[in-house]
Ligand binder design. Structure first.
Ligand code: PEP
Ligand code: MG
Length: 559
């Protein structure tokens, strides 16, 4: 028995023969061309072919894995005709007289190296995309047909790395799991594997040897563990785990359409966090009760300049209309700290997390804020909207934000533009200051939503971006949990509701605590809705709450 450790990026256990992905490879021709015009047209022909193929793949992905997966290929279409990419190829062909294949290959290396050098792991993973698009162009030029799985039985598929287009083209009924030597959790293959519910492990390096091909392998996507030629005990243990996971998945499916209600009849609303209108599909599939946090930054991050009012209006309207009569809470822009955008022209700061971010930018540069608020109020005519402000520390900030909202409403009324009179206004509780004045803040707004990611960072003086801080960044710390209780009590005393939209909301070890504290809403990633519903339905607060509340008030054993 051989065990190998990788990084689990899609949970589940897969068992079957190990199969190495066969990639059709054509040698790369490299020569000098005389007729650079003709060579450029060869490239343009391949580009048109690639865009067509990618359009077909987008439709296949949409049918098999939803809109998010389709978006991958739509992004690849954009990459294939990206001006910078095209210009770099053109320059190699026309100035350096390279043949199209060499120009594409060198440009792919140049762009992939640029992405790989970026700090952001998401951007690093985009190197695989540029290689994938370039490989498609090269295959078209050489007439190569993409590789596949020449096996009659389902297999655990191993590869050095898998491009998203390779993954989507495969016959998924033949795949029991993925193992890749490279890759990361945010690579598109990992995202696709999660969407399709196939166990996947990445980053195993050179540990997987070619002579293991055809041998029995078990992959455990939750631990990242790979076992080749398992002994009977290991096989039994992992098969049991697999059965258990499948049983849980079937149970979760039966929970669709069911209420989030405890055994003793307490309910909590389970909403979703989204980052773009495309994510609404996942909310619907997972039966989310509403949207508790729409991070509106995506609109700003996807542009080279400030997104205009109409552009924003269309995005908000789409989400509200798609969610029909369900509540949608959109957070106003939360730029700054880790989310820097060049065109904002923000100053360099020594401590950006403590600097000019979120509501502070909106109140300092109200023209940016007004554009967003106008778009939001206009969209409010199409659904049930709540607006919430991030990074609040003081009552005056909330009053000023509300005053600008009031001015925007008056403006729209004067212009005869329709909007809803029933837009709820709320704030995120993300700073210890907001917690300590939550009794006063509660008198100003319709709801609170606790951002535990930032609240933990600011309460424990622990940078959320710094992985080295490990256990010091602890959202379970009693300081944070006691703050949640204080905020909930102040909200309820003042007749408003309180939710949690930080990552902690999906932490099932905390569900009983949230119910004990009386949290009204939990907003989580779409895939966490059904596991959370299950945890709520397993709880009897008559048994759990007295113990939890006593522990919170008194000593807290873990600390
Ligand atoms: C939070 O801070 O908990 C939160 C939800 O906001 P973000 O993670 O976007 O800062
Ligand atoms: Mg935050």
């Amino acid at each position: 028995m051989i065990t190998i450790q990788g990084k689990g990026v899609s949970a589940g256990v897969g068992i079957g023969p190990l199969y190495f992905y066969q990639r059709a490879q054509a040698a790369l021709p490299r020569y000098t061309v005389e007729d650079t015009d003709a060579e450029w047209h060869r490239f343009k022909g391949a580009q048109t072919g690639a865009i067509e193929q990618l359009g077909e793949l987008a439709e296949k992905a949409r049918a098999e894995a939803g809109d998010d997966a389709a978006l991958l290929f739509e992004t690849h279409q954009m990459m294939a005709e990206d001006l910078d990419y095209e210009e770099a190829i053109e320059q190699r062909i026309t100035e350096q007289k390279m043949n199209a294949e060499a120009a594409i290959s060198d440009t792919a290396d140049q762009f992939a190296a640029m992405f790989e050098a970026m700090e952001d792991t998401y951007m690093q993973a985009r190197a695989a995309d540029v290689r994938d698009v370039s490989r498609r162009l090269l295959d078209i030029l050489s007439g190569t047909v993409a590789g596949g799985i020449a096996s009659d039985v389902p297999v655990v598929l191993a590869a050095d790395d898998l491009a998203p287009s390779e993954t989507i083209q495969m016959d998924k009924t033949k795949i029991l799991g993925f193992i890749t030597a490279g890759g990361s959790g945010s690579s598109h293959t990992a995202i696709l594997a999660r969407t399709l519910g196939i166990p996947a492990i990445v980053g195993v390096g050179a540990a997987l040897k070619a002579d293991y091909a055809g041998r029995e392998v078990i992959v455990d996507g939750s631990t990242g563990n790979i076992v080749i030629d398992p002994d009977d005990m290991t096989r039994d243990r992992l098969m049991k785990k697999r059965e258990e996971a499948l049983r849980l998945q079937r149970l979760l499916e039966t929970l669709k359409g069911q209420p989030n209600i405890t055994k003793d009849g307490k309910t909590v609303r389970v909403y979703c966090n989204i980052a773009s209108p495309e994510d609404v599909h996942a909310v619907q599939v997972n039966d989310g009760g509403g949207i508790g946090l729409f991070r509106s930054e995506f609109l700003y991050l996807n542009c080279d300049d400030f997104p205009g009012e109409d552009q924003q209006f269309e995005a908000y309207k789409q989400v509200l209309a798609d969610m029909e009569d369900k509540e949608v809470i959109i957070r106003t822009l939360d730029i700054g700290a880790d989310k820097k955008i060049g065109y904002f022209g923000l100053p360099q700061e020594e401590n950006p997390a403590l600097g000019m971010r979120a509501l502070r930018i909106c109140l300092t540069r109200p023209e940016i804020f007004r554009t967003q608020l106008r778009a939001l109020y206009r969209a409010s005519a199409f659904g049930k909207l709540g607006i919430m402000f991030p990074m609040v520390t003081s009552v005056w900030e909330v009053r000023e934000a509300k005053r600008i909202c009031e001015e925007v409403r008056r403006e729209l009324k004067a212009e005869g533009v329709p909007y809803s009179e029933d837009v709820k206004l709320g704030i995120m509780i993300e700073t210890p200051a907001a917690v300590m004045v939550s009794d006063r803040l509660a008198k100003e707004v319709d709801f609170f939503s606790v951002g535990t990611n930032d609240l933990t960072q600011y309460t424990l003086a622990c940078d959320r971006q710094n992985n080295d801080l490990g256990r010091f960044y602890d959202p379970h710390h009693p300081a944070v949990v006691r703050m949640l209780k204080l905020v909930a009590d102040n909200a309820h005393k003042n007749g408003i509701w309180v939710g949690i939209c930080g990552e902690l909301a999906a932490d099932l070890t905390m569900t009983e605590t949230f119910l004990a504290i009386g949290i009204d809403e939990l907003s989580v990633s779409p895939r966490a809705v059904l596991p959370l519903r299950n945890a709520v339905r397993m709880t009897d607060t008559r048994e759990t709450s007295p113990r939890i509340l006593a522990a919170l008030a008194d000593e807290y054993p873990a600390h």
